[in-house]
Design a protein around this ligand. Structure first.
Ligand SMILES: [Zn+2]
Length: 99
């Protein structure tokens, strides 16, 4: 039988699957740790709070978004980031050993 391993405060790995520690919902797999998460993207200025007052277009050519991924079972926030809309792999977790 496989032994689970904590990935962070909200996630653990069992075999090649990733689960929520709070509700046990399946969140991801070896190929994508947030595969089954509920992900939303909003304009960064809309959700960036006081740190995002100026329009990002004044400083960068890319569209900047506020992205949040939540557990599909209990809606715990698993990932929150401000990034370009085209960049899907800014923050990742590796659940298999590097070879
Ligand atoms: Zn959950």
């Amino acid at each position: 039988m496989s032994k689970s391993q904590r990935l962070d405060d909200n996630l653990y790995v069992l075999g090649d699957k990733v689960y929520c520690t709070r509700c046990e919902a399946l969140v991801g797999a070896a190929d994508s740790w947030l595969k089954y998460a509920l992900t939303t993207e909003r304009p960064a200025q809309e959700r960036g709070g006081s740190l995002m007052r100026a329009a990002p277009s004044l400083y960068v050519d890319s569209t900047i978004v506020f992205r949040q991924a939540c557990c599909p079972g209990c809606l715990t926030a698993l990932l929150t980031e401000t990034t370009t809309d085209s960049d899907q792999h800014v923050r990742t977790k590796r659940i298999t050993a590097q070879q």
